[in-house]
Design a protein around this ligand. Structure first.
Ligand code: CA
Length: 408
């Protein structure tokens, strides 16, 4: 087995998007029968428990010898930094190339698992463009944004038990729906199955119930970033969501990428937030609030249907985390919060089919000549993203992909 190419710019077919700048974390089963924490370098996977054991670093050998990232996430930010320093050092050390090679497996030969045992899952609604589009579609006679929207990051608690790893098939949900013209609700498979292209934030460092995490403390708890697809059955959602919010229209499945990119890898992606007017309340203000310049791409089968820009998001991850805990809700290792659908100003920057097709009025054309307003059985949706890295390079986030199976 050859040692992986560790040149900072990478030497792989993907143009170096998985270089030493990146080093995301995942969990994989490899040919030797072990399941452990891994990282990715180019088209290879490096088994971190194996590498740490052979390098004689017992702390990391124990930390990474698990089928989830939770024990690592629970160690807090100083450990996250120390592990990344160890990893970057060993990958650039010619004297330890043989150790790295012995812990390396081609990506194609491993099975990737859901990398985090998800504790609580919250979904926000942080894109002004998305909220405006949805408001215009669902409430055409009222104000597009609700009166609270610019005062707090709106969110709801979702179902952590149905967060699945990228590559998992999604069964079309069944449920109740009632169109405007229907005299009574009907039951059956959703006929308006949709995607929501989102970014997820994985949280670590438990806090006591009754305490809160300030915007300035948020960085201590933000472990990493992943792509996320909040599959949504619009017809079920529209009938059930008043007055308590999303329920069965969303809880059937949400897909998380297999790779969690550490926040430390995204220092070059930090960017200013859009202007917040009116100024939010004191607990949502901070001196170094940041957005992230992540460029998403949404592919439906073989057609790129959208390129949503994350940097347009109104609320910062630190504000979302501060709001999530301001009532004293404690954090648990493995908590996950998602940003809400990422949509930009342009039509081809919208992160859901509801918006892209304007609720079915303007179907999206695919490269095979067919059109879509919502998903059909057999459709595959893949969301990818890249971000700026050091030296003008870029890095990739782990893709999130899923195929729709017929209802059961
Ligand atoms: Ca959502």
């Amino acid at each position: 087995m050859n040692a992986p190419d560790v040149h900072p710019a990478g030497g792989h077919s993907d143009g170096g998007l998985w270089s030493i700048d990146n080093l995301p974390y995942g969990v994989a089963s490899t040919g030797d029968g072990s399941t452990q924490v891994v990282t990715r370098l180019g088209d290879d996977v490096i088994r971190l428990a194996t590498l740490a054991a052979s390098d004689g670093v017992r702390k990391w050998a124990r930390t990474f010898d698990h089928s989830s990232l939770n024990p690592f996430i629970g160690q807090g930010r100083s450990s996250w930094s120390a592990a990344r320093r160890w990893l970057r050092t060993i990958l650039q050390d010619d004297a330890r190339r043989a150790l790295v090679a012995a812990a390396t497996t081609p990506l194609a030969d491993v099975t990737l698992h859901l990398p985090v045992r998800i504790a609580d899952y919250v979904d926000f609604y942080a894109s002004e463009q998305h909220a405006t589009n949805v408001g215009s579609i669902f409430r055409p006679d009222g104000a597009a944004l609700t009166p609270n929207w610019k005062h707090l990051p709106i969110g709801y608690h979702g179902r952590s038990g149905t967060v699945v790893v990228s590559g998992t098939d999604v069964v079309r949900p069944v449920g109740q729906r009632k169109g405007r013209e229907d005299p009574a609700p009907v039951f059956g498979p959703s006929v308006r199955l949709d995607i929501e292209a989102e970014v997820g934030f994985v949280v670590g460092g438990e806090t006591e119930v009754g305490t809160r995490v300030s915007v300035d403390e948020a960085a201590e708890h933000l472990f990493g970033v992943a792509l996320f697809n909040d599959w949504s059955a619009r017809d079920i959602q529209a009938w059930e969501y008043v007055p308590l919010g999303p329920f069965l229209g969303k809880s059937f499945a949400s897909t998380l990428s297999a790779w969690i990119t550490p926040m430390e890898a995204l220092q070059e992606a930090k960017t200013a937030l859009p202007a917040q007017d009116p100024q939010p309340l004191e607990y949502l203000r901070g001196d170094d609030l940041f957005g992230l310049d992540l460029q998403l791409e949404v592919r439906l089968n073989d057609t790129v249907v959208s390129r949503p820009p994350y940097k347009a998001m109104y609320w910062s991850p630190a504000q979302m985390l501060a709001h999530l805990t301001v009532n004293g809700a404690g954090l648990r290792d493995g908590d996950l919060f998602a940003s809400g659908t990422v949509s930009g100003d342009a039509r081809d920057q919208r992160g859901s089919l509801l918006e892209l097709s304007w609720s079915g009025k303007e179907p999206v054309e695919l490269s095979d000549g067919t059109t879509r307003s919502f998903l059909e059985d057999g459709d595959t949706v893949t969301i990818t993203a890249t971000a700026p890295a050091a030296g003008g390079r870029r890095l990739a986030l782990g893709e999130v992909s899923g195929r729709i199976l017929p209802s059961r």
